[in-house]
Design a protein around this ligand. Sequence first.
Ligand SMILES: [Zn+2]
Length: 298
Amino acid sequence: MSTELVLLGTAGAPMPVAGRGGIASALVVGDRVFVIDCGRGAPSAFVDAGLDFRRLDAVFVTHQHADHIGDLPGMLLYPWGIRTGPHGPLPPIRVYGPRTTDLVQGILATYSYHLKVMPLDAEMPDPGGLVRAADIQIPAPADGDARQPVVVMDSGGVRVTAIAVTHGHVMPALAYRFDTEDGSVVFSGDTTVNDDLIALAQEADILVHCVADLGYLKRHGTTGAELEHMAGLHTDVTQVGGVAERARVHELILTHYLPAEPGAISEAEWATRAGTSFSGKTSAGRDGLRRVLHRTGR
Ligand SMILES: [Zn+2]
């Protein structure tokens, strides 16, 4: 088996920017592809990365802000015609996340005309077998107890666990940890500094973490209550290295940039500032960045 991380898009916030795709990542484990969030352009980034829609196994949604799910319909529906193999239709694409049952039902209802009419003119697999959603419930911890991660999926050597993080009014917003025989990758989703995430990410090979430069946003007109809201949604560039340090991860990879414009802050500046309080390796994520995990590499 092999495990490879691919960043499909690294922009934070819904507003499209030139030169950077919306937040989405992929983890390729053996012949299965897992996608984490489906921001703007995710299906195109998926093919640009050379990934095969026949191997798309599951999508993990961190939360239902539009920048994380805007292109989920395309991720499911564009490859519908090829979701078949020599032995008939492929297994449904699984969609895991908070309230994803409602989300996927809504997508299928919205596209019901296409799902009904397209098979009249083209050979299509049964639309009823295209997708299955599973809601992730995060139970409240007992008084005084630390939150325990929820096992979301455990199959074929891939174990996925989730924990609730802190992202404004979103309840819950999730972080995910993937463990394979090659190593472990944690996706923070959108969060402020969060002790449960730090516990989830302990000694992971890679922590893919959101980052914001609140000082930059303040200098460019985000002030007062709006800035306070931003501080309750995201982890500042001055804090994210400390998160990685406390989690004792091997590599910190930055993503979900705020500001998202590639020209606003250089990759070198993002990495330098984020890495000052982290003794491991800090990398500025970019669309298309790849990392192969080697168990013996540490
Ligand atoms: Zn976001």
